[in-house]
Ligand binder design. Structure first.
Ligand code: CU
Length: 260
């Protein structure tokens, strides 16, 4: 006990005589004796990369909305199915890249900002969303017609809620991790999107450039997965060092029987 107190005092004296150079790179003192390390931003790493398809992406097919004239009217030309949406230069949109193994053993509070799905032109926007468990999901109806959003989870509570036009956004959340939950509309059979739920904040959904970025990764060994609704899941191992920015690409193989 005496020795450890001496050690603490020595460390404290050393800190006082050598103030840390980096912001946030300090140790804090609690209860007068215990020194608690504070993780510095400089001590984390970043993983970035592209999600690609090996070969040309199949084109979407026009969606037949004839059952609901309001939906037809919302589009000058019929929108295309979104099972596969090409990004720039052979990349894929709507893929989710995330840590599948090696997540730091910690509890991650969900962000206070909600994730929003908009029903517009009788489609869900965006087509793929990701959020943390217990983070708010807002569902907006911007159409002059009713929708009925209906997630089909296998690891969460199932619900479906009607949303007539003009009502405020619905709010829901998901308690458990699930990658990914298919979502339909009970009124319009063509409507489809996916919601991925993570118990940690280390995930990224690819957009128009097909790129992803996982930030603030504590140094360590990880399995990184890329999920795509049509092509399945790819996994790679990676080691992240403090302060490192690493690049990792994922290349999906098109399925032989893919006809779109
Ligand atoms: Cu609908």
């Amino acid at each position: 006990m005496k020795r450890s107190r001496l050690c603490v005092l020595t460390i404290a004296a050393s800190i006082l005589s050598n103030p840390p150079l980096h912001k946030g790179g300090t140790v804090s003192e609690e209860a007068g004796q215990t020194l608690v390390p504070v993780v510095r931003a400089e001590a984390t790493g970043t993983l970035t990369g592209l999600v690609k398809l090996d070969g040309p992406a199949p084109k979407g097919k026009p969606i037949n909305m004839a059952k609901e004239p309001i939906c037809v009217k919302a589009h000058p030309t019929p929108p295309l199915t979104e099972e596969v949406v090409a990004g720039a230069n052979g990349t894929l949109q709507n893929a989710i890249v995330y840590i599948s193994e090696g997540v730091p053993n910690s509890t991650f509070d969900p962000p206070s900002d909600p994730v929003v799905i908009e029903q517009k032109g009788c489609q869900f926007h965006p087509h793929v969303v990701a959020l943390q468990s217990n983070q708010k999901l807002q569902v907006v109806n911007s159409d002059p017609t009713s929708h009925n959003i209906h997630p089909l989870p296998s690891n969460n509570r199932e619900w479906n809620r009607s949303q007539p036009p003009g009502l405020p956004p619905l709010e829901e959340s998901f308690a458990r991790e699930e990658i990914a939950i298919p979502v339909k509309c009970n009124i319009h059979a063509w409507m489809r999107c996916y919601i991925a739920v993570f118990k940690h904040p280390y995930f990224s959904v690819t957009g128009a450039t097909g790129s992803f970025s996982l930030k603030n990764l504590p140094p360590g060994n990880y399995a990184i997965a890329a999920w795509h609704e049509k092509f399945g899941t790819l996994t790679q191992k990676v080691t992240i060092a403090a302060g490192e920015t690493k690049t990792l690409d994922f290349v999906f193989k098109p399925r032989a029987n893919m006809s779109e």
